[in-house]
Design a protein around this ligand. Structure first.
Ligand SMILES: [Fe+2]
Ligand SMILES: [Fe+2]
Length: 294
């Protein structure tokens, strides 16, 4: 088991004012805005699911440092979930964009399919419930690999600012990305502490990566269908390449290279990003500064 190497994780009780954020929040580039907006569709339910599972796992954690990290992780993810929910309830609701048909399916995914009793089947045996929890904690570890590398990417990205992205949305994305970098070790360390080994980790990444791509494809089209003429909708890969060339999205090869690193036996998320860069942003994030002042 690799002990957690992260420092003490503290939640920042941020609030964002969405009244002045335009739709789309990236001028003349609805594709990129909606590609990133998929985060708001998935994270409110997804990160609450993280919190529920981590609270279930907590009594089994013997290592004091890991227990403290898991508690800090839960407090941070709960605020992430709430912050993206506010984007749905205020920003999208005021923009006239419908999100419920998608978010209802996301809720079904995280509460039914990935809930404690999938498809209404009671696990029955204690060992099965424990194994199902470990499986799902391994999925979270794979997802948290992506939140870390994308968090690092958004902290370093210049293209969105150059394209005139709304500063409130950028602050939400970078505050969240910075906290993902800050707590990047926790999910991996918890999965390993529960016996998640190398081949188990590899298998769960090979499942998680394609599912995330599918969810992004579906979510981006869900938004574009509401806003963009039909003949412009179906160029997902071409538009992604164009936006990545403009440094507005990470390239597919950047994500693929990160998966390749995840598949190596010696992988540890500690090596994927730099905590100082994240803390540096959190010390100047307008929302984090307001939270500190409160
Ligand atoms: Fe998060
Ligand atoms: Fe996270």
């Amino acid at each position: 088991m690799t002990l957690s190497r992260s420092h003490s994780l503290q939640p920042r009780n941020v609030k964002f004012d969405w009244r002045h954020t335009p739709q789309p929040w990236l001028p003349d580039d609805p594709f990129t805005a909606h590609f990133i907006n998929v985060l708001h569709l998935l994270l409110p339910e997804g990160e609450l699911w993280f919190c529920r599972l981590y609270n279930q796992a907590l009594p089994d954690i013997a290592d004091e440092n890991l227990r403290a990290d898991v508690k800090g992780f839960v407090r941070q993810e709960a605020i992430h979930s709430r912050s993206h929910q506010v984007v749905l309830d205020q920003y999208f609701a005021n923009s006239g964009i419908v999100t419920a048909p998608f978010t209802q399916r996301v809720r079904w995914l995280f509460t039914e399919v990935l809930g404690d009793q999938p498809f209404g089947i009671a696990p029955g045996w204690q060992w099965l419930a424990r194994a199902w929890l470990t499986f799902r904690l391994g999925l979270i570890a794979a997802i948290e690999h992506f939140t870390c590398v994308i968090g690092r990417w958004i902290l370093e990205c210049k293209g969105l600012d150059d394209a005139g992205a709304d500063p409130v949305m950028m602050d939400l994305l970078r505050w969240h990305g910075a906290e993902e970098v800050e707590h990047r070790n926790v999910a991996h360390d918890l999965f390993e502490a529960r016996g998640g080994g190398y081949f188990y980790r590899v298998g769960l990444m090979l499942l998680t990566g394609p599912v995330l791509i599918l969810l992004w494809w579906l979510g981006t089209h869900f938004f574009l269908r509401q806003q963009v003429p039909a003949n412009a909708r179906w160029r997902f890969w071409r538009e992604w390449r164009r936006a990545a060339r403009q440094d507005r999205l990470p390239t597919f090869s950047f994500l693929l290279a990160s998966v390749w690193r995840y598949l190596r036996p010696g992988y540890h998320p500690q090596d994927e990003a730099d905590t100082e860069t994240a803390l540096d942003y959190l010390q100047r994030s307008p929302a984090a500064l307001r939270a500190t002042a409160r």
